[in-house]
Design a protein around this ligand. Structure first.
Ligand code: NAD
Length: 237
């Protein structure tokens, strides 16, 4: 069975910038990292205001899946996909039609909101409505605590059960495909090393080099929107 891990690069064709690619958010605004780093977020109301505005203006809210997301749905329908591990928070795999129980969101998703104190849950839509009504840093309506999206910020732990399931899927995979990820964010990237150690055929689809390139049985540098449908066609032929 095939386990696929995706990163921000699979969604750039849907109009969502990645972090480290040539048009990535961090290349254009190195300060952007603070908006998604928990210590800065909790300590500084101005960072929170900017972080909410970033979410409000994010193309991810209206983005639609592209050919690569759709090809991975075909891989699942062909019965070849075990788990789809994603570092993305945009929900585009589920929007494309991948089964939610096969998609493992290592870094959460941006559609939910959580109070960091009492853990009350609400939605991004509710928080953005309050921002539009003049509350730039909306507080929890239950306890007054700080709200954040249900995304894993830098400095936060990953959801343990999701990671455990991703590790199991990686260990049992016969082929492990990493798509659109610079493989620089741990512990997500370490799944690539685990796949290699477990004997999986390791395939990378990414325009730029990654620290794991030397371990790949196949390295595809072509644009993801073309390369992934071609790869899936090969798997399902
Ligand atoms: P990254 O930005 O570090 O790397 C993306 C890689 O994709 C780059 O190496 C780039 O060269 C490659 N790439 C981009 N578009 C491509 C294309 N069309 N064809 C071929 N290659 C392409 O992304 P990452 O490794 O996922 O790590 C970034 C972190 O940021 C993750 O934790 C993720 O949660 C988060 N993030 C998510 C989104 C999203 O949900 N869409 C967007 C930005 C950042």
């Amino acid at each position: 069975m095939i386990t696929v891990m995706t990163g921000a690069g699979i969604s750039t064709d849907s109009g969502i910038p990645d972090f480290r690619g040539p048009s990535g958010l961090w290349r254009n605004d190195p300060d952007h990292e603070k908006l998604v780093t928990i210590d800065y977020y909790l300590a500084d109301p101005d960072i929170r205001r900017r972080s909410w505005l970033f979410r409000r203006n994010s193309p991810a809210r209206t983005a639609v899946p592209n050919a690569a997301h759709l090809a991975l749905v075909e891989l699942e329908r062909a019965g070849l996909l075990d788990r789809l591990v994603t570092q993305n928070i945009d929900g585009l795999h589920q929007k494309a039609g991948s089964s939610p129980d096969r998609v493992l969101e290592l870094h959460g998703n941006m559609s939910g909101v959580l109070c960091v104190r009492c853990e009350a849950r609400s939605t991004l839509a509710e928080a953005l409505a309050r921002i539009d009504e003049g509350e730039p840093d909306p507080a929890c309506l239950v306890c007054g605590g700080i709200l954040k999206t249900t995304t894993v910020m830098f400095g936060e732990a990953l959801p343990g059960e999701v990671v455990a399931e991703a590790v199991q899927a990686t260990e049992r995979s016969t082929t492990f495909v990493a798509i659109g990820t610079s493989l620089q964010v741990q512990p997500a990237a370490s799944l690539a090393g685990l796949a290699v150690r477990s004997g999986a055929r390791f395939v990378i689809v990414n325009a730029e080099p990654t620290p794991y390139d030397d371990f790949a049985a196949e390295l595809i540098r072509d644009p993801i929107g073309e390369a992934v449908p071609q790869l899936v066609a090969r798997f399902t032929a």
